[in-house]
Design a protein around this ligand. Structure first.
Ligand code: CP
Length: 316
């Protein structure tokens, strides 16, 4: 596979194995740009990328902005609180006004699942999903598999445990999709109230015993307990969760020596993992953040820099 044809990036479910591998290869080639003295290539000179975030973000927003800037694109940040959205304008009207200024891509994060898809169906700029509700966070899934491949040399045949709030996690969904397409064995683990019914249909195993999962895993992905998405009480207490599922140094003694500890962030130290595990030798949490820039450079480049003219006007 050497030709990219997609116009938007909404969900990893929309991508083939070849397309996933093309993004990972392209990211690998862009990674060294960030270690140069002058961290810039002209690949997207003249393109305009808009960040439209309706939810807080540290990693994703900054990473996309740096990725676009390192490709020489112009970038613009729009916060919902300081735009006319606060005066009652709809998201679609706001986005249509942004489109009218001839931008090339809109990167959107929203608490409601499906907002990026609605924008993609109505607008010509490429729409990139930076996280929508509990549904998808495709570039997080991509940077996670990039990091695993970088550290382990492969994805196929690896055992990956995903521990935590699977029910509310858009990261879990995208990680599972990417890992399964690339041939990993995935086990999800957490309190039964935070494991979606029927998740086995995605080809994953379910375990409620974190020690068993630690022993079997090559990589352990820890997920945050998402208090902001829990309308009902899914847990007796955070303290109870930390005791039963939190990863500490004692629990890590069961792990393979080279098992990776991963976390998409933000971490709750003392809940999903202790500070010494977060900062310990097994942790690649900050490498995930570093790799996020290369992966987002690859996504922006493939969507905006390799487009055939007929792909540009798909709507209207
Ligand atoms: N992993 C992640 O999406 O982090 P932010 O919420 O800081 O963007």
């Amino acid at each position: 596979m050497n030709k990219w044809t997609k116009h938007d990036l909404l969900d990893l479910e929309d991508l083939s194995k070849d397309e996933l591998e093309l993004i990972l290869e392209t990211a690998k080639s862009f990674r060294e740009v960030s270690s140069r003295d002058v961290k810039k290539v002209p690949a997207l000179r003249g393109k305009t990328v808009v960040m439209l975030f309706f939810e807080p973000s540290t990693r994703t927003r900054i990473s996309f902005e740096l990725a676009a800037k390192r490709l020489s694109a112009d970038t613009l940040n729009i916060a919902s609180s300081s735009s006319s959205l606060s005066k009652g304008e709809t998201i679609l009207d706001t986005a249509k006004n942004i489109e009218a200024m001839n931008v090339d891509a809109i990167i959107v994060r929203h608490p409601s699942s499906g907002v990026p898809k609605v924008l993609a169906e109505s607008l010509n700029p490429s729409i990139i999903n930076a996280g929508d509700g509990c549904r998808a966070h495709p570039t997080q899934g991509l940077l996670d598999v990039f990091t695993i491949k970088d550290k382990k040399g492969k994805i196929e045949g690896l055992n990956v445990g995903i521990v935590g709030d699977i029910l509310h996690s858009r990261v879990a969904r995208c990680d599972i999709t990417a890992l399964k397409k690339l041939g990993a064995n995935v086990t999800v683990c957490g309190p039964s109230t935070l494991i979606p019914i029927g998740i086995e249909n995605l080809g994953v195993k379910v375990s409620y015993d974190v020690d068993e999962v630690i022993e079997a895993s090559d990589c352990l992905m820890l997920l945050r307990i998402q208090k902001e998405r829990q309308e009902d009480k899914f847990l007796p207490s955070i303290r109870e969760y930390a005791k039963k599922f939190g990863i500490n140094k004692e629990r890590l003694k069961r792990a393979k020596k080279d098992m990776l500890i991963m976390h998409p962030g933000p971490t709750n130290r003392g809940v999903e993992l202790t500070a010494e595990v977060a900062d310990g030798d097994s942790s690649v949490i900050l490498e995930q953040v570093t790799n996020g820039i290369a992966v987002r450079m690859a996504v922006l480049y493939l969507l905006l820099g390799t487009k055939e003219p007929e792909q540009k006007k798909k709507k209207g």
